[in-house]
Write a protein that binds this ligand. Structure first.
Ligand code: ADP
Ligand code: MG
Length: 382
């Protein structure tokens, strides 16, 4: 095991930013930390980098206590969301910066007087910079200043600079956060490629689930400073550990239900439950927008009316209002949507649901809201 984080907690004042987080990364693994803003992602990276000290817990790297090592000796490459390039230096000088400074090379644990490495000769630095420029596909642009580079190019310089110190771990804190969607997607591919070539253990922070699932070998989902779940993208999809994880991984529709004999009763319509079935009683059913059949005419199901139909490529988005007045947006194949029309009355038949009790108020559902209502906030569609 390469990196092992055990029971790490960190509070700022009385506010717990990280609460008893344990996870590991294998050598050469690409691990994503995924969570909403404020969930503790940056705090965890800063602890690894030595910019923050945890109140509790341990971090070991290849069996050694990482927290006991001075920052300079951790050999950690760090790329931040906001370009932290030196504006008055060219791209090449930015990349060379880490190689030019003297590094402490004492044997660990520290014994006696500090020993410093000599920076490599100028020619060697120049060669390494060219190599790194080529690695990040910026050949020939070493002479440019940051202001003469695009956002994506600047982040690639920042990455080359982080790689220049030959790090053992690469920490990336929302490195593409400030870039537009198209550039982000291109860089995502490129980063995965780069990772395959360098084989560096990489921890990548993002609040973008698509980015995390697309890039990472495994994804750790953080919520309020705690680890909610860790697994491969497939494991998270197949077995989300909580409603929070399900919700965070994609567009989600939440409906109130009552669990009874292993099935979810949604407005009296019985739907099979996949995954863990909670004890009988009120709960929240979680569905994806494409997990419904739509039918017309009399019959069972959730009665609704179509508000609008948007044909968007392969799938159509069908905006509906349930008879209990909640709005939900469904996704169905375009050819099916072509047979429907706005204002038409329809029945929705959920094919399957996942059910969790979190978010259910104490006691049973309130009577004034009827046997069926959407969970607050009513029918969330992202
Ligand atoms: P994320 O990167 O997931 O958005 P952070 O790790 O930056 O989350 O922050 C987690 C929580 O800790 C936030 O609520 C934030 O306000 C708080 N926090 C982070 N750094 C500090 C600090 N230096 N002082 C006080 N509070 C902080
Ligand atoms: Mg952050």
């Amino acid at each position: 095991m390469s990196l092992e984080i055990s029971n790490v907690s960190k509070s700022f004042g009385r506010f717990p930013a990280l609460n008893d987080v344990s996870l590991f990364a294998e050598d050469g693994e690409f691990l994503a930390l995924l969570g909403p803003s404020g969930s503790g992602k940056t705090t965890l990276l800063r602890i690894l980098a030595g910019l923050e000290t945890p109140d509790q817990g341990k971090v070991a790297f290849r069996g050694q206590d990482l927290l006991a090592k001075p920052v300079r000796q951790r050999r950690i490459g760090f790329v931040f969301q906001h370009y932290a390039l030196f504006r008055h230096m060219t791209a090449a000088d930015n990349i060379a910066f880490g190689m030019r400074i003297k590094r402490r090379v004492d044997q660990w644990p520290l014994q006696g007087k500090a020993v410093y490495s000599k920076p490599p000769p100028r020619k060697e630095i120049k060669r390494r910079v060219e190599e790194l420029l080529s690695l990040v596909q910026l050949e020939g642009l070493g002479g440019r200043y940051p202001s003469q580079l695009s956002g994506g190019q600047r982040q690639r310089v920042a990455l080359a600079r982080a790689l220049a110190i030959e790090p053992s771990i690469l920490l990336l804190d929302e490195p593409f956060g400030a870039l537009d969607a198209k550039v982000r997607r291109e860089l995502r591919r490129w980063l995965r490629d780069l990772h395959e070539r360098t084989g560096l253990t990489t921890i990548f922070v993002t609040h973008d689930q698509e980015e995390a699932l697309d890039l990472a070998d495994r994804v750790a989902v953080l919520k309020d400073g705690q680890l909610e779940q860790i697994g491969t993208p497939e494991e998270l999809y197949r077995e989300p550990a909580s409603g929070f994880v399900f919700d965070f991984l994609g567009d989600t529709i939440k409906l109130s239900c009552v669990v009874q004999d292993g099935a979810a009763q949604i407005e009296g319509f019985s739907t099979p439950v996949v995954g863990t079935v909670p004890a009988d009683g009120p709960a929240i059913a979680y569905l994806r927008p494409d997990e419904f059949e739509i039918e017309t005419g009399e019959g069972p199901g959730l009665n609704a009316r179509i508000r609008s139909i948007i044909m968007a490529g392969h799938d159509a988005r069908v905006d509906t209002t349930l008879d209990n007045s909640a709005n939900i947006e469904l996704r169905i194949p375009t050819d099916h949507a072509a047979r429907l029309s706005p204002r038409e009355r329809i029945r929705l038949l959920p094919r399957q649901v996942r059910v969790w009790r979190d978010g259910v108020p104490d006691g049973t559902a309130r009577e004034d809201e009827g046997p069926f209502r959407t969970a607050a906030p009513p029918a969330k569609v992202r």
